[in-house]
Write a protein that binds this ligand. Structure first.
Ligand SMILES: C=CC1=C(C)c2cc3[nH]c(cc4nc(cc5[nH]c(cc1n2)c(C)c5CCC(=O)O)C(CCC(=O)O)=C4C)c(C)c3C=C
Ligand SMILES: [Fe+2]
Length: 414
C-alpha cells in the first residue's frame, strides 16, 4: 500500500528549510522546459507552527501512484489532455516536465518566480506561502493514447493493456463527447483548492505546444480527511463500502492490475470516470422513505437497512428491489470508489442547479468489475430517477515511479 509519509514526510515548510540551508533549489535535470529545471523555494517561508495533517507531503515515488488508495483529500481536479505533438520525443519531453513538476509541487516546492524581469515568471506564484497540502498527482492513459483512428501514433499500440477500452454505450446515458475520454488524464487532489489548482494550471502551461486540454472538472468532498465517510449532494454517506477491501490483500484483489498485464501496469490500475448529474430539485421533493429506499441505507447513520451502524454488514435481501446498494451487491463485484461532488452554477433554461458526482473508481479489471455493475445499475437502479450520466472515460494508470523515472517511460521507451 502506498505510504502517506506521515513519519518521514516533509512539509512545504520543511522543504523550504532544507532548500534554504543548502542554498540551492531542487536539483532537477535539464529539460526542454527551463521553468521546471529551476526549482526554488519561496521567498517568503510559511510561518512556523504546529504541523497539521492537512499540510503533509505525500510522496510521488513508490510501488503505486499516489491518489488511488490515498485517503481522499478535500479538493480534486480532473484534467483530460489531447496529445498534439506528432513526435514521440516531444511527448517524452512533456512527460518528463510533468513528472518533475509533480514531484516538486507534491514536495511543497515551486518553480522560480522572478529570475528575469523581462520574461514571465516560471511559476504562477499562487502557492508561494502554502504548504504541500497533501497534494497528489495521478496520471492515466486513455485508449487513444495508444491508437488513434486505427493508427499506432507513437509505436506503442502493442503496449495497450487488455482492458483499456472506452466504456460501452449505456441505455440511459446522455454523454457529451466534449467532456469525455482523452489521451491522458491527470487527477490532482489536495486539501487546499489553490494548491490543487496551481498544479493543474501549471500542467496545462507545461503542455503548451505538445498537448491541449479537452476538459477540466473540479470536485470537492467534506469530512473525508477527518476519517469520516463524506456525504454526497443527496446527503448520504458515500464511500462506506470501500471499507470492505481497504487492506493490502483487498487492494491486491480489487485495485492493482494482475501479473498478466504489461510490465508498466504492474502496481497500476484502471480508472473509470463518469460525470453524473444529480437532479437535486427532484430529489429534494422526494420523501425520506423514498430517498432511503433508493440506496437501501438510512440517511442519517449510513447504516444498511435492518442495521444500526454505518459499517454493519449489509444484507441486500432487506433492501427494495432496485436499491442502489442491493444492485451493487448483486453484481458480486467490488470496486474502489473515490468520487467527488461538483457544482456548476444554474441551468439558464430551467433554473435548475447543475450539480452532481464526479464518479471515479479504480479496479484491476473493469470488464469484470465496473462494466457489469454499471450495466446492471443503468437498467434497474432506483437512482436513475434522480441522476443522469453525462460524461465518461476509462484510463490505465501505470504503476508507481522510481526516482529518476518519468511517467509513461516504460511505455514510450522499452
Ligand atoms: C457503476 C458504479 C457506480 C456508479 C456509477 C455509482 C453512482 C452513484 N452512487 C451514489 C451514491 C452511493 N453509492 C453507494 C454505494 C455504492 N455505489 C457503487 C457503485 C456505483 N455508484 C458501489 C459498488 C457501492 C457499494 C455497494 C456495497 O457494496 O455496499 C452508496 C452507499 C454507501 C457506500 O457504500 O458508499 C451511496 C450513497 C451516487 C449519488 C451516484 C451517482 C450520482
Ligand atoms: Fe454508488
Amino acid at each position: 500500500m502506498e505510504r502517506d509519509n506521515k513519519q518521514d514526510g516533509m512539509s512545504r515548510r520543511d522543504f523550504l528549510k532544507i532548500t534554504a540551508s543548502v542554498g540551492v533549489g531542487l536539483a532537477i535535470g535539464a529539460s526542454g522546459m527551463a521553468a521546471v529545471g529551476k526549482a526554488l523555494s519561496p521567498a517568503q517561508p510559511a510561518a512556523a507552527g504546529a504541523e497539521d495533517e492537512k499540510n503533509e507531503r505525500i510522496a510521488l515515488y513508490g510501488e503505486h501512484q499516489p491518489g488511488i488508495v490515498t485517503p481522499q483529500q478535500t479538493y480534486m481536479y480532473l484534467a483530460s489532455f489531447k496529445i498534439t505533438a506528432a513526435d514521440k520525443l516531444a511527448v517524452i519531453r512533456l512527460f518528463r516536465d510533468w513528472t518533475k513538476f509533480a514531484d516538486l509541487s507534491m514536495a511543497g516546492g515551486t518553480m522560480r518566480t522572478g529570475d528575469n524581469p523581462l520574461l514571465p515568471p516560471s511559476d504562477t506564484g499562487e502557492t508561494l506561502d502554502l504548504p504541500a497540502s497533501r497534494l497528489t498527482v495521478t496520471f492515466g492513459f486513455g485508449p487513444t493514447f495508444f491508437r488513434l483512428d486505427g493508427q499506432d501514433r507513437f509505436g506503442i499500440a502493442s503496449k495497450q493493456p487488455q482492458f483499456l477500452k472506452d466504456i460501452p454505450r449505456m441505455p440511459r446515458e446522455r454523454l457529451d463527447p466534449l467532456l469525455s475520454g482523452g489521451d491522458v488524464c491527470v487527477q490532482v487532489c489536495a486539501e487546499d483548492q489553490q494548491v490543487a489548482f496551481h498544479a493543474v494550471r501549471n500542467f496545462i502551461r507545461l503542455s503548451t505546444g505538445s498537448a491541449t486540454v479537452n476538459w477540466l472538472q473540479e470536485g470537492f468532498i467534506s469530512g473525508g480527511s477527518g476519517g469520516q465517510t463524506p456525504r454526497n449532494l443527496f446527503g448520504f454517506k458515500d464511500g462506506t463500502a470501500n471499507s470492505l477491501h481497504q487492506t493490502p490483500d483487498g487492494y491486491r484483489d480489487v485495485v492493482w492490475a494482475g501479473a498478466d498485464e504489461p510490465d508498466w501496469m504492474q502496481g497500476g490500475t484502471y480508472m473509470a470516470y463518469r460525470k453524473v448529474r444529480m437532479l437535486l430539485e427532484v430529489w429534494d421533493r422526494s420523501s425520506l422513505a423514498d430517498q432511503e429506499d433508493t440506496f437501501g441505507r438510512y440517511k442519517e447513520s449510513g447504516a444498511a437497512y435492518g442495521k444500526k451502524d454505518e459499517f454493519d454488514h449489509a444484507d441486500p435481501s432487506t433492501m427494495p428491489v432496485g436499491a442502489h446498494v442491493r444492485l451493487a451487491k448483486e453484481s458480486k463485484q467490488l470496486i474502489h470508489r473515490r468520487g467527488f461532488s461538483y457544482t456548476d452554477g444554474v441551468d439558464p433554461r430551467t433554473g435548475n442547479v447543475n450539480a452532481g458526482l464526479l464518479f471515479v473508481s479504480f479496479q484491476r479489471n473493469p470488464e469484470e468489475q465496473f462494466i457489469p455493475m454499471l450495466k446492471l445499475m443503468q437498467s434497474k437502479d432506483a437512482l436513475n430517477e434522480y441522476a443522469m450520466h453525462i460524461a465518461s472515460g476509462m484510463f490505465a494508470c501505470p504503476g508507481g515511479l522510481r526516482e529518476g523515472q518519468y511517467i509513461g517511460q516504460n511505455i514510450l521507451e522499452s
